[in-house]
Design a protein. Structure first.
Lengths: 193, 382
């Protein structure tokens, strides 16, 4: 072979493709595709307003400082609360989306949120259950072993990390609890003696 | 109502939650009859998306029946059977007016870089999603559409994201007759992108993945040639050999943030969350496309930085195109293709599970067990 100006031949002719593939070429004209051109002003979106009515802000709603104002419509699920809420509020009030600190603080708040909810769930009638919530029982019901061992899966090398990531914090928390209890016990015994 | 809720990375459960209420005059409340788990839901599930709060209900692929409407809703009535695009959008802002529905500026106070998405963290607006019995649907006159009588529910739910996104991704590739198209990823979006590439006149479609059962689907559903990258020492050399050492005209990244193929990239992003996403597929796309070619990115990445080989993209004169799909723009043409028999989206569905079993559904999908490609979720009230 040589590098020439010719486009390399296809393994199948256009006629063969048209016969083999249902709908081959139905959108052949690049100008006649739904997202072409990218921007167009003639679409009827169904909106019957120039600017939407504003949704009532019943509780203070965090927003990106890159916005001029609170958007007229917003989600109200899981409003800011507790320590994670303080961290999230700071991330939104202090840093734009362009700053890594904005996102890293939000990730930190996510982890604090999880720890707080895991801990408080222990005081509820329905504590977190790592067996049912991770869905790990599907390993038995959904052919976990054979699914993981057949073929040439590239993810086999890091699959052992998942149990560590999921179970590790629980084991660390349990170990921390044991150590704390031992320290408290030792302190109590020291006080008594 | 019963709803899936997030309890931290890799942990979800089903809880009782309040039925959502009308919060804006153009809201509707939809009773969900069928939902789906999307590959991008796994980024939330694995704790990769910043500001994913405990208690959040995921789910941006769903259909249902209108249960309530706000006072300004004109186009929908209670009892209508509707499909809801994953985009939350107003229809009137600078971006919506130009057809960029996924980039709406009026629905996401938390970020300007992304529009609104149902059940996809507060970074996309803080809307609970559709893996529940009921969901709040803002701008009921804009997003939802009555499902045509002739359309199956399973086809309809796949139009709310996966099929529309794959079809949009092929369009961003600017495919011309006879083009060689490589699709990275044989998940639902990759399968649909590969199938769509033929509609746009591709001369050759090659799908790359590491899961044999998905590559089998790429051959039978998407009529594609396939490559299992785990069987080859250097995927890029193989793809160059397959394309006469020029590279493909178009490469579509249908993988995104949790790409495998490079252990360091995968672990630093998907496990340690030190990158916005594993850029393996993106880098492979840059490496395997021909000079002057087009890379279309449909894979979802987080907002943090990723180690992308940008120098090669510049040196090769590439066109990089990407966006979240403006779903509803795709529907009229996709409805035609389904009616004409060119596409049967539900052919990729492998599992149907009740909402109460969704934790096992997520684990199965995440770990790629039991030949899982697409899982549908049926709420109890459906």
């Amino acid at each position: 072979m040589a590098y020439t100006s010719e486009k390399p031949p296809l393994p199948e002719s256009i006629d063969q493709l048209r016969a083999r593939i249902p709908g081959w070429g139905a959108d052949l004209d690049p100008a006649d595709r739904p997202s072409v051109p990218r921007e167009r002003l003639d679409l009827d979106t169904g909106a019957h307003w120039d600017f939407p009515d504003r949704q009532p802000e019943l509780v203070p709603r965090e927003r990106s400082i890159e916005h001029a104002f609170l958007t007229p419509v917003f989600g109200t699920a899981q409003p800011l609360r507790g320590l994670p809420g303080v961290v999230r509020a700071h991330a939104y009030e202090r840093y734009s989306e362009a700053r890594a600190a904005h996102w890293l603080l939000l990730v930190l708040a996510d982890r604090l949120d999880a720890i707080e909810h895991h801990a408080t769930s222990l005081l509820t009638p329905r504590p977190d259950n790592p067996i049912t919530q991770t869905g790990v029982l599907s390993e038995v019901r959904r052919h976990g072993l054979s699914s993981r061992t057949e073929g040439h899966r590239a993810d086999r090398v890091h699959q052992p990390l998942d149990p560590v990531l999921v179970g590790g914090p629980w084991l660390l928390a349990a170990a921390g609890g044991v150590v704390a209890a031992a320290l408290v016990g030792r302190a109590v015994r020291a006080l008594r003696s | 109502m019963r709803a899936m809720v997030y309890r931290g990375p890799y942990k979800i459960r089903v809880e009782d939650k309040d039925v959502p209420r009308i919060e804006h005059p153009n809201d509707a409340i939809v009773r969900v009859t069928l939902a789906a788990i999307c590959g991008s839901d796994l980024h939330l599930y694995h704790g990769m998306m910043p500001d994913t709060r405990i208690g959040h209900t995921f789910g941006h692929e769903f259909i249902g029946v209108v249960d309530q409407v706000g006072p300004s809703v004109q186009n929908l009535s209670v009892g209508d059977r509707v499909m809801v695009p994953f985009n939350v959008y107003c229809g009137s802002c600078f971006f919506c007016a130009r057809g960029l529905y996924s980039n709406c500026h009026n629905v996401n106070p938390n970020a300007t870089a992304v529009g609104g998405i149902y059940g996809y963290s507060h970074t996309t607006g803080g809307y609970d999603g559709g893996q529940a019995e009921y969901v709040r649907v803002p701008f009921a006159d804009v997003g939802p559409q009555r499902i045509p009588e002739w359309m199956d529910d399973e086809d309809a739910v796949l139009l709310t994201d996966a099929l529309s996104t794959g079809y949009f991704g092929a369009q961003l590739g600017d495919i011309h007759e006879g083009d060689v198209v490589v699709v990275l990823g044989a998940g639902p979006v990759g399968l649909f992108a590969a199938r769509s590439a033929w509609l746009m006149g591709a001369g050759r479609v090659i799908v790359v993945d590491h899961l044999d059962y998905r590559l089998e689907k790429a051959r039978t559903f998407a009529y594609a040639e396939t490559v299992n990258f785990a069987e080859h020492d250097d995927l890029i050399v193989l793809l160059k050999k397959m394309t006469d050492h020029l590279g493909a005209d178009v490469v579509i990244d249908a993988v995104g943030a949790e790409a495998d193929g490079n252990l360091m990239q995968h672990v630093t992003s998907a496990k340690l969350k030190l990158q916005g996403g594993s850029p393996v597929a993106l880098n492979w796309a840059i490496d395997s496309v021909r000079k002057g070619g087009t890379v279309s990115v449909m894979g979802a990445y987080g907002p943090l930085f990723s180690a992308v080989k940008f120098g090669d993209a510049m040196n090769k004169g590439l066109t990089l195109r990407m966006n979240q799909a403006p779903v509803k723009r795709q529907w009229p043409r996709l409805f035609e293709h389904i009616r004409n028999g060119y596409l049967k989206p539900s052919d990729i569905v492998t599992h149907r599970i009740p909402l109460e079993h969704i934790a096992e559904g997520y684990h199965m999908f995440s770990a790629k067990l039991d030949g899982c490609i697409k899982t549908l979720v049926v709420p109890d009230a459906a």
